[in-house]
Design a protein around this ligand. Structure first.
Ligand code: IVH
Length: 679
């Protein structure tokens, strides 16, 4: 293999080191020292050098994304079981916990503890071998979880490599993967825009993201990490939780935002109060505080009772829940025709807000929870999230409760409904469904779309009712005189709306695409399209294959985008819209990219021990357009041969399959890769 020149190696190593440092400043410390543009410039330079020379360090930031989707997750046994925590629901229970510990240890002296927020996410185990992230696994049943390494690598706060003195030979670091509330809300807005059901809370959103077979979906979900514990370790000599967390900080792991060292029950409770007080300002959801005995030898003595350690407890904050009766259930029709059941509640105050509606998400959920009209239900409100029903209080049923069956017709326009295969939502298929049309106009004018100030819910409904706006094209035909005849408008408000419509004519392709309300195209997908297509005309009559070529675009989006841009009526609308004087610029366009599928049509089989993991090699081959198969056959083009190969080698010989080493594979990648990029 051609050797990478020393000076290039140095440049790559320096870029990796610098970029990782800036990533840490940005994602862990929340205090960047360079601009995003500077970061992007260095990142692009690194990517270019890596592609040209094939010299890729395991902790290179480019290794965080780009793996092709998996078929399933492998199972992983935890060396030390991942336990759960006993709960305390009152300060008295915390005091009891503290007394129990002293009794158990027969200690007269005060015991020291750490107290930190309890992150509401999902537990993860990160295994580092010789400082390099080797594997990330979910908790599973505590003994066996799933290998989610590729997904976890996309999380920028997760160190790919740890450096410094005293790095243990092997160490399992545990923490919580979570989603910030802001991100969660943005994600739900985006899903709403695509007609997809919202996640009930940030924990579900984070868990869904971690369990994606396609790591590019995880990458797009912006997850975060807080590390709080240690599993099995070889060559680690930490004496206490405090010492361990201090070490975590020095090797750049994100740790809980508050960790306090205290002695005795009184101090524990004052820190719990402090966390509870500060909780509303946390960017993440915390559902309690975790109290741990600090000294590891005392933890050892205290041991474990069935599935929970005796040395720790979770104090749970009172939940934002209330109980209310369901007066009625209605079916509401969204922009894409998705029909969502909504419970109308007897008003109830939860966490200082009056709640009178709650989403029931879909009929599968209604059935699973057996929710009926007339039921008394527990409703939860988390942050600014739409309230949802947690459970039915079945003991309070009188027998008069009525089930709410799934719709057979659209409740608004009476058209037929359908349920896509595998989907949970029913959808109205009526092309002219008033509910859909109004929702589409509202979406078109909304802030993240065309941003027409003053064209909100109420005005859209009014203009629709009066027959002035039945389509977004009509927005541009509105005249001040028409508005002045309506009850909601006076001279100034009418002029303001006309001005706002005028201002909104100047827009970007990403915004415009999002505004069109194409099924599955939210803000993120719209931006991706804008990056890849110079202007809207390039999308006219597009084939799905052209869209699937774009990384991160799946079949579903490709299908719906191509269906949209092949529909003659839609094309007509687009042309009419352009004639209304829209000025669509595209600052996101990244230029035409050469196709990089030099291994297309080639099948590889891997056997024997390799210098890199199977998954990484598979990703490398598939990234070049090749296919990796698990067994040798007459269709195999190359057998990639590692040390101590198994029977596949013999079989390959019998088929006359060409064998190559890992180094030869890299050479092929380098040669063909650079040919492709020069095309
Ligand atoms: S310590 C022996 N610390 O809560 C278990 N857990 O209900 C040690 N969690 O599975 C866990 N924040 O996923 C610990 N600061 C924190 C935590 C935390 C969230 C989760 C964790 C655990 C669950 C137990």
């Amino acid at each position: 293999m051609k050797k990478t020149p020393e000076n290039i190696k140095h440049e790559i190593e320096k870029l990796v080191k610098d970029l990782n440092y800036h990533c840490y400043r940005y994602y862990v410390l929340d205090s960047p020292v360079i601009s995003d543009e500077e970061y992007d410039r260095s990142y692009r330079r690194l990517k270019e050098l890596e592609e040209r020379y094939g010299y890729i360090l395991p902790d290179s930031p480019t290794q965080r994304v780009g793996a092709p989707p998996l078929e399933k997750f492998e199972k992983v046994k935890h060396t030390e079981p991942m336990l759960s925590l006993d709960n305390a629901f009152s300060y008295d229970e915390v005091k009891e916990f503290e007394h129990r510990i002293k009794r158990f240890l027969k200690s007269e002296e005060e015991i020291s503890y750490t107290v930190e927020p309890k992150y509401d996410g999902l537990a993860i185990e990160l295994t580092y071998r010789k400082g390099v992230l080797y594997r990330a696994s979910t908790r599973g049943d505590g003994y066996e979880g799933e290998d989610v390494t590729l997904n976890i690598k996309t999380i920028k706060a997760v160190p790919l490599k740890i450096e410094g003195p005293g790095i243990p030979e092997e160490i399992d670091i545990r923490g919580e993967i979570y989603m910030d509330i802001d991100e969660f809300e943005a994600l739900n807005r985006e899903r709403g825009g695509k007609g997809e059901p919202a996640f009930a809370n940030p924990r579900n959103a984070a868990a869904g993201a971690v369990r994606q077979l396609d790591s590019s979906v995880t990458a797009a979900r912006k997850l975060n990490l807080a590390c709080y514990g240690m599993g099995a370790a070889k060559g680690a000599e930490f004496k206490s939780q405090w010492e361990f967390v201090e070490w975590l900080k020095t090797v750049r792991f994100p740790v809980p935002s508050i960790i306090k060292f205290v002695t005795g029950a009184g101090e524990i409770i004052s820190v719990i109060k402090e966390i509870e007080e500060k909780r509303k300002d946390f960017p993440f959801e915390a559902d309690g505080a975790v109290i741990k005995v600090n000294e590891f030898d005392l933890q050892q003595k205290l041991g474990v009772k069935t599935r929970e350690p005796r040395w720790a407890i979770a104090y749970k904050f009172p939940a934002h829940q209330g109980v209310a009766g369901i007066k009625e259930i209605i079916a509401s029709v969204g922009r894409t025709g998705a029909i969502t059941p909504v419970a109308l509640l007897e008003p109830v105050r939860i966490g200082g807000v009056t709640v009178s509606r709650s989403t029931l998400h879909n009929w599968d959920e209604i059935q699973r929870k057996d929710i009926r009209v007339g039921d008394r239900v527990v409703v939860e409100r988390a942050g600014d999230v739409i309230p949802h029903v947690i459970a039915v209080i079945k003991d309070e049923r009188t027998g008069n409760e009525r089930p709410f069956p799934p719709p057979v017709k659209c409740p608004v326009c009476g058209a037929s409904v359908e349920k896509e295969e595998g989907a949970v939502a029913f959808r109205c298929i009526g092309l002219n469904c008033t509910a859909q049309v109004q929702e589409r106009i509202k979406h078109y004018a909304s802030r993240s779309a065309m941003d027409i100030e003053g064209l909100g819910e109420k005005n859209v409904e009014l203009l629709y009712r009066k027959g002035l706006v039945r389509h977004f094209v009509d927005i541009y035909r509105l005249r001040k005189e028409d508005l002045l005849e309506l009850p909601r408008f006076a001279e100034k408000s009418a002029q303001n709306l006309i001005d706002a419509i005028g201002r909104s004519r100047k827009t970007t392709l990403a915004r415009f695409l999002y505004s069109l309300g194409i099924l599955h195209v939210g803000e993120y997908a719209a931006k991706l399209l804008a990056k890849n297509f110079r202007d809207i005309e390039e999308l006219y009559r597009i084939k799905p294959g052209r869209i699937i070529e774009i990384k991160q675009m799946g079949e579903k989006i490709a299908d719906s985008v191509s269906r949209f841009f092949n529909d003659p009526e839609n094309l007509n609308t687009l042309k009419t819209l352009q004639h209304t004087g829209l000025e669509i610029s595209n600052p996101d366009y990244e230029g035409a990219k050469p196709e990089r599928r030099p291994f297309a049509g080639l099948t590889f089989v891997i056997t024997g021990t390799m210098p890199r993991s199977r998954k990484e090699i598979k990703a490398l081959i598939e990234g070049m357009g090749g296919h990796v198969s698990g067994s040798v056959s007459g269709n195999t083009d190359y057998l990639v041969l590692g040390e101590s190969p198994g029977s596949k080698f013999k079989k390959a010989q019998s088929f006359g399959v060409k064998t190559i080493s890992y180094e030869e594979l890299l050479k092929m990648v380098e040669e063909r890769g650079s040919v492709a990029s020069r095309q």
